[in-house]
Design a protein around this ligand. Sequence first.
Ligand code: MTE
Ligand code: MO
Length: 368
Amino acid sequence: MATLRDIFKNFIARPETEDGIFSEDEVRLANRNSGTLLETLKHNITPTGLHYLLIHFDVPSIDAPSHKLVFGKGFNAPYALTLDDIRALPRQTMPVTLECAGNGRTGMSPRTHSMPWGVEAVGTSAWTGTLLAPLIERAQPKNGTVEIVFSGADRGFDKGVEHAFGRSLTLQQLAELDVLLVHEMNGQPLLPQHGAPLRIIVPGWYGMASVKWLSTIEATDTPYQGYQQVRTYRYRDHKDDEGRPVTTMRVKSLMAPPGIPDWVTRLRHLRAGPVTIAGRAWSGGGVAISKVEFNDGLGWQDATLTAPKGQYDWTGWTIDWNATPGEHVLSCRATDLNGEIQPLEPRWDASGFGNNAVQKVQVFVDSN
Ligand SMILES: Nc1nc2c(c(=O)[nH]1)N[C@H]1C(S)=C(S)[C@@H](COP(=O)(O)O)O[C@H]1N2
Ligand SMILES: [Mo]
């Protein structure tokens, strides 16, 4: 009897990468998963169509009117909600800054063969929905429940393992985090690429926790072993390291690059004279930003901060810079209320997670 050849067996390891040279696989991933345009960092809310995307598999086609969110296994009082049921629940809108844990991956050397983010996988939206905790309580998790598991309608393979995208949170994490069951983004129904018709937003955490295309919620009495929970999204020193889970976002800041760009290199061109530099800074776990500094090569100077519109919203910053003729490398650096500060160089991680090193923007200032 002929046996089927499993082509996915070829992909259980990731190819080696070479600094600066991107493979066709990486370019294809970059075409599917766009980044937030840095010029939008001038705005507090990222325009909806310009918010970064991270889609592991295919965007599922879900019929919103008939879609049901099922509170299934592991509950004493299982039930299901339609979108209309959820829309009728008490609603809340929260500005939340979301960043992909792999943001900055290309800044590490050698980089992992995965989505080749520069610095642009971060954005802020006003998310509208209802608080999740009361809905879980209503389903009555069985005695001995340790975690709640959130699964999306999307499926695929990673390193030879077939799975639906799923993530879990412990009961304690759910009690401490204001997890929102979301159906609107910036006042409009969720777009297909952002999880339509339903997703969760786990504020203060890296984006992987905010499961899109949410379909089922389950309670479990043992820690969830899903691929996206235990096989990835872990900080690892080397490939075989068991690692530590990736959770809250690390303190970070970005600037909207000043001046005008060169089409291909994106190097910036400015005329000499005063210019206002603007950007955003954020940290994880609801910890506020206490300081943002700017450096044009001559030392760190404090920027002026504007108050965020909520605990999970990023902080705006500006600084007036006198652009003098010549080449400069501009950078910014944030500190949070816990005293955490961005490193000047990336901290190594075997999967390229959690790179919060300072952004460097190369500019050329023309004398006329
Ligand atoms: N179901 C599902 N949820 C998902 C993902 C996914 O691929 N499938 N990607 C996650 C990751 S890694 C990130 S960073 C965020 C990105 O959300 P966005 O595309 O709306 O910006 O969604 C998360 N939720
Ligand atoms: Mo991500």
